[in-house]
Design a binder for this molecule. Structure first.
Ligand code: SF4
Length: 356
């Protein structure tokens, strides 16, 4: 099947995808699928631009939920060091560093079932402070009720991340402490509060191919579709119930990116967790399949962040530019200066060349 039979027509978001239609996309010969995905991608995005976000954990570990993949759940014995909610000033320092390293969006994540009333004033101050730095803001704090969503929206939060994680059918194998409907309700509250939705899932949770189809259908049929769709590849963590689940085939992962791109043509598809375990060629295939968003670094940033430099080196090899917030000329110049500086140091021993 083809969603681009008439190349003069741009693919538009649809909210009536059926599982059999999406299954048919998955079953296309690989090259045909990649061609369709790249064609749709070019209809709505600059194919050589990737949006860059930075993720900061503002409260780590001791989460009461039982997500079977997660090191932050209090139910599993992992090596993770727990941390209380960060001070607002420390969060703003990290946001400033992220901006200097080229991020346009700053995502703050807390390992909570849901934010408590006592936490909200701090969280709202973080949103306002990061926003004042000229960054887009995103948070992931667990479930939100209508009032909490409204407070965050009023504070200026741009995006709220809440993943579906997997298909509705596979969901109970992964999480039992909140329902699939709870997740959809939070997404609905986020929309009602006027924020943009970031929602995707994790692949490699022991699900079947039909579950991956089902999850993408669920995401695509949200109306409007999520503006941001993170596609994560399970990072197996010692001590969690999914630590020895079978690996997902890498081509299956790339196919998921391509199908997500085709059926959510205007969404940013984010290559998320698991990217550290992908070589440069795999990441390049994901960008070709339509991924156009990544995280720079996953920890509190300092002035030196080799992971970030490695990403910029890959971008340089691929001729990819980082997407800037519209009309932010200063930021574009700053990014250019960073990239130039990195290229100048490319042969230095401190840079790991993943191609060798
Ligand atoms: S709710 Fe989030 S932090 Fe808590 S266990 Fe699940 S994935 Fe981990």
């Amino acid at each position: 099947m083809s969603v681009i039979e008439n190349s003069n027509e741009h693919a538009q978001p649809r909210h009536n995808w059926t599982k059999s239609e999406v299954q048919a996309l998955f079953e296309l010969p690989f090259n045909d699928l990649m061609f369709q995905a790249q064609t749709v991608h070019r209809q709505h995005f600059n194919p050589n631009e990737v949006q860059v976000s930075t993720l900061l954990s503002i409260k780590t570990g001791a989460c009461p939920e039982d997500c079977k993949y997660c090191s932050q759940s209090s139910r599993y014995k992992t090596d993770l060091e727990k941390e209380r909610l960060m001070e607002v000033d420390k969060v703003l320092e990290a946001a400033q560093a992220a901006k200097a390293q080229g991020s346009t969006r700053f995502c703050m994540g807390a390992a909570w079932r849901n934010p408590k009333a006592r936490d909200m004033p701090y969280v709202l101050d973080m949103v306002k402070g990061v926003k004042a730095l000229g960054l887009e803001t995103c948070m992931t704090l667990g479930m939100l009720d209508e009032d909490q969503a409204a407070q965050l929206g009023d504070a200026g939060l741009d995006y709220y991340n809440h993943n579906l994680d997997t298909s509705e059918e596979h969901y109970n194998q992964i999480i039992t402490t909140r329902s699939y409907q709870d997740r959809l309700d939070t997404l609905s509250n986020v929309r009602t509060a006027g924020m943009k939705v970031c929602s995707g899932g994790i692949l490699g949770l022991g699900e079947q191919a039909k579950d991956r189809t089902s999850m993408l259908v669920q995401l695509a049929n949200l109306n409007p579709q999520p503006e941001s769709v993170p596609i994560n590849k399970l990072v197996k963590i010692e001590g969690t119930p999914l630590s020895d689940v079978d690996d997902l085939d890498e081509f299956d992962f790339i196919r998921n990116i391509a199908v997500a791109r085709i059926i959510m043509p205007k969404s940013h598809v984010r290559l998320s967790a698991g990217r550290n375990e992908m070589n440069e060629q795999m990441q390049a295939m994901c960008f070709l399949a339509g991924a156009n968003s990544i995280f720079f670094g996953c920890k509190l940033l300092t002035t030196q962040n080799p992971e970030t430099n490695k990403d910029i080196l890959l971008f340089n090899k691929l001729g990819i530019n980082t997407e800037t917030i519209a009309n932010d000329i200063d930021e574009a110049q700053e990014l250019h200066a960073i990239k130039t500086a990195v290229v100048d140091q490319e042969n230095s021993d401190v840079f790991y060349n993943a191609a060798t």
